[in-house]
Design a binder for this molecule. Sequence first.
Ligand SMILES: [Zn+2]
Length: 169
Amino acid sequence: MKTLSKKSFAVLEQEFPVLKENQLTEIVGGQDSYSFTVANGTFVNYYHEDGNYSVYYPSDGGSSVVFDGVHVNGNTLPFQGQDTACQLNGQIRVGSEYASYFTLEDTVHEYGHYLQQQEMGTYKYIKDVGLNSIQTVYESDHSSQWYEQDATQRGNDYMNQYYPGYYYY
Ligand SMILES: [Zn+2]
């Protein structure tokens, strides 16, 4: 999978600082992207020759957030229920129920799973995180598992690096 370097990420930020509403409408209507609405905002997925990324536009008009390397989709989940989300190969899939209350901080967590896969490699990610996560997703101690806390930490580190001071939880 092709991913953006940090350098090109900075370039992207300059290209798309904050899109105005009419620009957003144009892009949503275009061929190179599509959007997915969640509780407090909209994701627009961009297909770029240098790599794919998703931008979160909060519904209150606040600052947008770029999630480099992932797309957020409302696709039907193959293994889990519709009130969960999962990440594999840069696709963050949000169940149809979960979308109604899926927030930026949930995205930050799922993005942390993407960063886990980037570092661990796909095999180890699926073996150590993916399969365990599916087994524990409906158990009360799911969020206390190391791979869940690690995902939240990685996501928060990303936010602290690129969006210092951003309110996300
Ligand atoms: Zn998780």
